[in-house]
Write a protein that binds this ligand. Structure first.
Ligand code: ARG
Length: 397
């Protein structure tokens, strides 16, 4: 009896062709798995499509909740932004999909798994590393990395085997709840401003409403739990913020990024909810974390984002950093108020029961309790080394 392969299936050209190619080239029985991690995935449609192309079985999983709770929110608590810009919307979904594939392989008794990534991207790294971190004994096949077909040849293969191909865009697009990634076409010239047709979730700031919109996001231990006073689950909060942020043109990112495989690439991201939540979360942290915690956490955050980008979600260090980050969130409870206006996002207010901002210390007005007479002697000690060095060695300018 033929062995089974679990193929991660998106319904795009490469994974559709892979269904046939895996059966033909390796004689495998193909079971597809499509995971819903975006707002508008048509999972039923993907199931029918996979079966119509020749899959023996098509598994579909609405994984949005797991994606939010176990991948997006931990990353939000870490304020994770790759190279200070990219909220990791694609990168975060890969270890989740890899985990679902490995689970399916165990359930189905398959020893082989497959994904549709090419040899030039980051996603192959993320899938491969996550899969062999979860089960080192599984064999991984990446058809599009192996078959050596150009896009034209892949299209011809699809036609020859009666695989219907959807009208494909000039852009390569990947969507998850945490954002939309766009590359190719005119975007390959880093000097060219992204054409409006590359955007799918956000209004051009020029056409955004001419009245500002205010939003209040409430957090409990670093997790968003309410929007404008209304308690909501994570999927609803993120979906609603993608809508409202998109309407106001918030969350457009133009990034020249450094891929794992040593290539610089240009990607346009639309991440309204991620941009709003990361901004709100940082605003609240600035109120409740000490200067030391903020400073040390920034170093951890950068490493955390790198690990996610590089496909190291299941590494020991990522888990250990998560434990540290979770412990910093103990007092990250409270709310941030934001103003959205024509592509702009501003924090205009923040409050918390654990706020370290003390009016009686900060005020220049009456009610001031700061010990004014403590400052002068403190500064004499604080600046002693600079003073001594200047006296003995002079100012080295
Ligand atoms: N550059 C991003 C990453 O590596 C997104 C990759 C997918 N992008 C796309 N347009 N298909 O995480």
């Amino acid at each position: 009896m033929a062995d089974k392969v679990i193929l991660s299936f998106s319904g795009g050209l490469d994974t559709s062709v892979a269904v046939k190619w895996l059966a033909q080239t390796y004689g495998l029985k193909v079971v597809t798995l499509a995971a819903g991690v975006g707002g508008k995935d048509d999972l039923q449609g993907l199931k029918e499509r996979a079966l119509s192309i020749g899959a023996e079985k098509a598994i579909v999983i609405d994984a949005r909740r797991e994606f939010i709770d176990h991948f997006i929110f931990p990353s939000l608590k870490a304020n994770a932004l790759y190279e200070g810009q990219y909220p990791l919307s694609t990168a975060l979904s890969r270890p989740l999909i890899a985990k679902l594939i490995v689970d399916a392989a165990h359930d189905e008794g398959a020893k082989v798994v497959a994904h549709g990534c090419t040899a030039k991207g980051n996603d192959q790294v993320r899938f491969d590393v996550a899969i062999f971190s979860l089960d080192p004994d599984l064999r991984i096949i990446a058809p599009a990395r192996e078959w050596g077909m150009t896009r034209q040849e892949t299209l011809a293969y699809a036609q020859k085997h009666g695989i219907p191909v959807a009208q494909s865009s000039i852009y390569s697009i990947d969507e998850s709840l945490w954002g939309r990634s766009v590359e190719c076409g005119a975007l390959e010239d880093p000097m060219v401003e992204s054409p409006e047709d590359a955007f799918g979730w956000t209004a051009s700031p020029k056409n955004a409403p001419s009245e500002p919109c205010y939003i209040e996001v409430e957090f409990d231990h670093g997790i968003p739990v309410k929007l404008d006073g209304q308690g909501l689950d994570g999927v609803s909060i993120v979906s609603q913020l993608n809508e409202v942020g998109g309407k106001h043109g918030v969350g457009r990112i133009d990034h020249i990024e450094d891929r794992v495989v040593g290539i610089k690439s240009r990607e346009i991201y639309e991440a309204p909810a991620a941009t709003i939540l990361l901004t709100a979360h940082r605003a609240l942290e600035s109120l409740v974390l000490s200067k030391d915690e903020l400073c040390f956490k920034r170093t951890a955050e950068e490493k955390y984002a790198d690990l996610i980008y590089n496909g190291r979600w299941f590494s020991a260090l990522r888990r250990e950093l998560s434990a540290f980050i979770d412990s910093t969130q103990e007092c990250v409870t409270g709310l941030a108020r934001l103003k959205l206006f024509k592509g702009n996002l501003q924090v205009v207010g923040r409050k918390s029961p654990y706020s370290l901002y003390r009016p009686e210390l900060a005020t220049y007005d009456k009610g001031d309790v700061f010990e004014h007479d403590a400052s002068e002697k403190f500064i004499r000690v604080f600046g002693l080394m600079d003073k001594t060095q200047a006296k003995i060695q002079g100012l080295n300018e």
